[in-house]
Design a protein around this ligand. Structure first.
Ligand code: GSH
Length: 227
């Protein structure tokens, strides 16, 4: 088995999906949580794009959080489902075959993750003030930036989740797009209770994902980071 080392801050943010993919697949990895001064003095100069997270696979560096998560999801999954889902109604082997044959599903998972990234960028000016990373007028930012970005994105994925009807966004078990969105929802709900109340199907998706057995175990033990 290759050795994996994931370098990021001591935060969930852009590394958490990949940590969860390691947990779901029960793959050992080095969770290398660094401080800003270490980043500046030791890591930055040798980083491919001058940013973290970075995944090292047998010493080879892979940057960009989505590229890392997609790589791990395909390697371990491809849909990180199999025995981890309690409500997968296909027998494991046939479900695995169907996923492999149905590569359009992988495309849809990637598209949702990319759409989330667009939302994340639009929503960021509100998010950084909400989480205390920057100072600003929270109530004005909520009305002018947060809620319009939230409504645009969550109205799309609420419909996708409703239509899929399984408690997940794509197929009948958890994918990395679910992990990505649910972790962000977790932060939003802890910082702004009620902020996602208009999206009940997505709240059900969050519940299904957080109750995925291996993930539930991981969530109970992970460091208590604010975001
Ligand atoms: N698009 C990149 C963004 C990475 C990014 O902005 N990382 C920040 C931490 S969240 C960083 O490396 N900051 C340190 C710096 O810019 O020197 C990704 O998704 O991985």
């Amino acid at each position: 088995m290759p050795t994996y080392k994931l370098t990021y801050w001591d935060a969930r943010a852009l590394a958490e999906v990949s940590r969860q993919l390691f947990a779901l697949s029960e793959t050992p990895f080095e969770d290398n949580r660094i401080k800003r001064d270490q980043w500046e003095s030791e890591y930055k100069k040798d980083s491919p794009f001058g940013k973290i997270p970075i995944l090292e696979v047998d010493g080879k560096k892979l940057p960009q959080s989505h590229a890392i998560a997609r790589y791990l999801a395909r390697k371990f999954g491809p849909h990180i489902s199999l025995s981890y889902s309690s409500n997968s109604f296909f027998p494991i082997s046939s479900y695995f075959r169907i996923c492999r044959e149905d590569s359009i599903r992988e495309g849809v998972v990637d598209a949702i993750a990319d759409q989330f990234k667009d939302f994340y960028t639009d929503h960021l000016p509100f998010f950084v003030v909400l989480t205390g990373l920057k100072d600003g007028d929270l109530s004005t930012l909520r009305i002018e930036v947060g809620e319009p970005a939230r409504d645009k994105f969550f109205e799309y994925i609420e419909q996708i989740a409703k239509k899929n009807g399984s408690g997940y966004l794509v197929g009948r078990s958890v994918t990395w797009a679910d992990l990505l969105i649910v972790d962000y929802m977790f932060t939003l709900e802890s910082k702004a209770p009620g902020y996602l109340d208009g999206f009940p199907t997505m709240k059900k998706v969050k519940k299904s994902v957080e109750n995925t057995p291996k993930l539930k175990e991981y969530l109970a033990k992970r460091p208590n980071n604010a975001f």
